[in-house]
Design a protein around this ligand. Structure first.
Ligand code: COA
Length: 260
């Protein structure tokens, strides 16, 4: 599939996915969402890719939300399908077996904020702005924002963002735990790559199983989560990476993971 609105670059086990509609502040139209799904399916089946970075082209926006010119035409039935399709793709990202890093390089509004929320790690540039401005349009977040924002940050703060539609800047996002770090815009992408390289250097079986364990937190009780962790830990002990990682430590050498 050729991509019109998304750029995909793969280097050294890292896929860089860039939303590329800068004249529309990288707003997510249906076509872009279809492409995004296809890009992630492609990355999923590519054993050479270990880590994914998502970002926006231009210096102004990560993603300024779903495309309002398309939202404007929705009726109730279409609205349900619209929300379901976005949620399907963002859940695919949230449950992705390879780590996904959001490098938020500007406006992350509505669907853009929801996209960042579905990623596993979020870093931002100093000019980034986050918000769920949907109530300005007479709608509510439909791509998971009411659920993921409320789970990630303080529930009262999430309610304030959703009900007032106010944007917050990168430093406030850092303060409330919405992003992990803030960098000058010129450094953001290289910092994201730095994190990705670090993750890509580990045994990928452990990375995959760690992600799986982390992601069940929202779905199960503490005891069920602990049971899951036990099973996943046991699985790690059956991998070649486990033998190599522990033996390399004992041999005082750098590990050479086969990712098996
Ligand atoms: N959907 C469709 N088009 C969008 C868009 C969106 N979510 N966000 C921005 N654009 C388009 C604008 O219509 C404009 O297109 P045009 O040049 O053809 O008129 C272009 O992107 C640039 O945006 P503009 O509004 O001129 O930039 P700005 O710097 O003045 O304002 C924002 C930036 C982000 C504050 C403003 O674009 C905005 O509020 N966007 C909508 C955000 C939103 O509500 N998102 C949630 C949608 S559910």
């Amino acid at each position: 599939m050729d991509y019109k609105n998304i750029l995909l670059n793969v280097t050294d086990h890292i896929a860089l996915v860039t939303f590329n509609r800068p004249d529309k502040l990288n707003a997510l139209n249906h076509e872009t969402l279809v492409e995004l799904k296809s890009v992630f399916e492609k990355i999923k089946s590519d054993e050479n890719i270990f880590v994914v970075i998502v970002t926006g082209s231009g210096e102004k926006a990560f993603v300024a939300g779903a495309d309002i010119s398309e939202i404007n035409k929705l009726n109730m039935l279409d609205g349900k399908k619209f929300a379901e399709f976005g949620q399907e793709i963002f859940s695919l990202i949230e449950k992705f077996e390879k780590p996904v890093i959001a490098a938020v390089n500007g406006f992350a509004l509505g669907g853009g904020c929801e996209l960042a929320l579905s990623c596993h790690i979020r870093i931002a540039s100093e000019n980034a702005k986050f918000g769920q401005p949907e109530v300005n349009l007479g709608i509510i977040p439909g791509y998971g924002g009411t659920q993921r924002l409320t789970r990630l940050i303080n529930a009262g703060r999430a309610a304030e963002m959703i009900l007032t539609a106010d944007m917050i800047d990168a430093n406030e996002a850092l303060r409330i735990g919405l992003v992990n770090k803030v960098y000058p815009q010129s450094e953001l992408q290289s910092k994201a790559v730095e994190i990705a390289i670090k993750i890509a250097s580990k045994g990928q079986q452990a990375i995959k199983l760690a992600l799986k364990a982390i992601k069940v937190v929202d779905e199960v009780s503490l005891q069920e989560g602990l049971n899951m962790e036990t099973s996943l830990f046991a699985l790690c002990c059956g991998t070649e990476d486990f033998k190599e990682g522990t033996q390399a430590f004992l041999d005082k050498r750098k590990s050479n993971f086969s990712n098996k």
